[in-house]
Design a protein around this ligand. Structure first.
Ligand code: APR
Length: 252
C-alpha cells in the first residue's frame, strides 16, 4: 500500500506538515461538511447556517445547529486516523498538524501541535467583542448573552465570509512552506485559503501525499495519492514510519 519511494522519503524526513479535513473525522461518525445534513437539519445547507448573516437573521437557529453538532462531537470518539496522527507526531523532529475540522478530536487523540484553521466548536465567543467566553450564567435565552457586554454568544468557529485567525493561517503557511513532506488527508481541497496549502508545499519542493477515498482537484498534482479511508491508511503509514525510523523520534 505504501510505495517504496514514499517509504524512503518518510524514513529521512525531518519536517512533516499535515492538513486534515472532515474526512478524517468521518470514521468517528461526524458527518463530513458536504455530506447532506441529517434529520432536522437536512433542509439546510451548511452555507446557509455557517455565516454571520445567518446568525444575525436567526441567532437561535444557528446556535441550536451548533448545539446539535457539539453534542454529536462530544459523543464521538477519536478514530484510528486521529490516533495514528498523534503517533506520527512523535516520530519526526518537526511535525505540524493543520486542521480544518472544528471537532477537537485530534487533541482528544493526543496530538499536541494542532493548528485550528477554522476554530473549535467546543469554544464559545462573544459575537460583538470577538473574545472567547469560558462561562456565562445559567439562562433560558437562546443564544445566551455575553456576561461582559450583553452581546449574543456564538461558537468560536470561522464562518463563510469570515477571515481565518491570523496566527493560525500564518503558522499553517510557515509549516507548509518549510516541510519536507506534506500530507493532505480527508479534504476536498475546495475551500481557500486552506486548499492553497498543498500547492504551497508542492511549489516549495516538498513531497506531497494525498489520502482520500475519492479524487480531488489536487489528486493529479500530488506525488503520491493513496486511495482509501484515513482510518485504514494512516495506521499502516504510521507502522511503516515506526519501522523505517527505528529508535523513535530523531533528535531535532
Ligand atoms: N477518510 C478520508 N477521507 C474521507 C473519508 C475517510 N473515511 N470520508 C470522506 N472523505 C473525504 C471526501 O472524499 C472529501 O474529499 O473527505 C473529504 C471531505 O470533504 P468536505 O466535506 O468538503 O470537508 P473539508 O474538505 O474538510 O471542507 C473544508 O470547508 O465547508 C468548509 O469550513 C468547512 O472545514 C470545512 C472546509
Amino acid at each position: 500500500m505504501i510505495p517504496e519511494k514514499l517509504r524512503e522519503q518518510l524514513a529521512k524526513a525531518r519536517s512533516v506538515a499535515v492538513l486534515t479535513g472532515a474526512g478524517v473525522s468521518a470514521e468517528s461518525g461526524v458527518p463530513t461538511f458536504r455530506d447532506a445534513q441529517t434529520g432536522l437539519w437536512a433542509q439546510f445547507k451548511p452555507e446557509e447556517l455557517a455565516t454571520p448573516r445567518a446568525f444575525r437573521r436567526n441567532p437561535k437557529l444557528v446556535w441550536e445547529w451548533y448545539a446539535w453538532r457539539r453534542e454529536l462531537v462530544a459523543s464521538a470518539q477519536p478514530n484510528p486516523a486521529h490516533i495514528a496522527l498523534a503517533e506520527l507526531e512523535l516520530l519526526f523532529p518537526k511535525f505540524n498538524l493543520i486542521t480544518q475540522n472544528v471537532d477537537g478530536l485530534h487533541q482528544r487523540a493526543g496530538s499536541q501541535h494542532v493548528i485550528e484553521l477554522h476554530g473549535n466548536i467546543t469554544r464559545t465567543k462573544c459575537f460583538d467583542e470577538d473574545t472567547v467566553v469560558e462561562a456565562w450564567p445559567e439562562t433560558d435565552a437562546v443564544p445566551p448573552k455575553c456576561p461582559k457586554c450583553g452581546g449574543l454568544l456564538r461558537p468560536d468557529v470561522v464562518w463563510f465570509e469570515e477571515s481565518l485567525p491570523e496566527t493560525a493561517i500564518g503558522a499553517a503557511i510557515a509549516a507548509s512552506s518549510t516541510c519536507d513532506i506534506f500530507l493532505s488527508i480527508g479534504t476536498s481541497t475546495v475551500v481557500y485559503p486552506a486548499a492553497e496549502l498543498p500547492s504551497l508545499a508542492l511549489n516549495r519542493g516538498a513531497t506531497v501525499l494525498e489520502i482520500n477515498p475519492a479524487r480531488t482537484p489536487f489528486t493529479d498534482r500530488a506525488h503520491f495519492s493513496l486511495e482509501g479511508t484515513a482510518g485504514v491508511v494512516l495506521p499502516v503509514l504510521a507502522a511503516v514510519v515506526k519501522k523505517g525510523r527505528k529508535g523513535g523520534r530523531k533528535g531535532a
